[in-house]
Design a protein around this ligand. Sequence first.
Ligand SMILES: [Zn+2]
Length: 319
Amino acid sequence: MAVPSPSFSLSKHSLSNSPSFHASNPSLDPSKASVLGTQNVFGSKANLGGVEQTHLRLWNNLKTNSDLRLQASREPPGLTKELKTDKSERMERIGHGSDLFDEMKQRFLSFKKHKYMQNLELYEKLAKGQAPKFMVIACADSRVCPSSILGFQPGEAFVIRNVANMVPPYENGPSETNAGLEFAVNSLKVENILVIGHSQCGGIRALMSMHDDVETSSLIGSWVSVGMNARVRTKAATKLLNFDQQCKHCEKESVNCSLANLLTYPWVEEKVRNGELAIHGGYYDFVDCAFEKWTLDYKESNLKDKGGRVAVKDRAFWF
Ligand SMILES: [Zn+2]
C-alpha cells in the first residue's frame, strides 16, 4: 500500500492541498476517526474491536513517515545526505513490503473474526448477489471514503470513485463512471444515487486553476473539465471572494452539475420522472466534520434550456 500523499497535483502551486498529514487535520485525528468508525446510518452499530487499534497503529506509522518527509523538505540543501538516506529507506520499504502490510493483514483478520464470522448469514446471502439501495459517486481522495464516513456496510452501496466526484454528460461517451452508472441503474436497480463532494478537493482546485483558453494535455485537467459549467457559474457568483472561497463554492456547484448531468442519461431521467429513482447531492466537510445533504427536485428543475439549473429540496445539515 503506497503511503498517501497530498491530493492530485496538476501543477505544483495551483493544486497543492494543505498537507494531508498535518496533525490538526480532523480527518486523521484518531480520536475523531474512532468516533466516526462506529457511526452507521442504517441503525446497526459496527463492532470494530481490534480494527480500531490496528487503524491507530497504521495512522501512527503514516504520520511518522510523512512527518519525516515534510520536515526534510523544509531543511536547507546541506542535508542532502539525510534526504538521500530517507529516499533509500523509502525505496527499500516500497520494494520489499513493510509494516503497512502487516497492519493490513491484522485488519483483514480482525474484519474476518469480528464482522464476517459473526454475520455469516449476511455474507452468505451477499455471496449469491447484491441488491444495494444506493449508488454513491464520490471523490477518489483518500480522506473521503463513503463507507467510512456514512457507515455503508457490505452490500448497501454500489460505489464509483473518481477525481472530483464528477459525472460526465451522456453525450461525452463511455467512461468508467457511466459504465458503473448503467449497471447500477439498469441491472442493480438502485433506488438512490448520491453524489458526494468534499472540502479541499484537489480536483476542483485543478478545475478552478485552469486557464479559459488553453487546451490542457493533462489527464486530470481533461477529466475535471467535465465540470466546466460549475466553474463558470462559480466564477460568476463569487467575484468578490478569494480563490479558496471560490473553490469551496465550486465543490458544491460541481455536485449540482453532476446531478444535472445524471439526467442526460435517458434511462436515468425516465426512472426519476416515474418516481423509481431519486438523485441526491452531498457535501462532506472534513475540516469541521459536517455533512450536508440535499435531493434533486425533478419537477422544479429547469434543464431543458441551455444554462438551466437543478432545483433542490430536503436540504439537511448533519454536524
Ligand atoms: Zn476531491
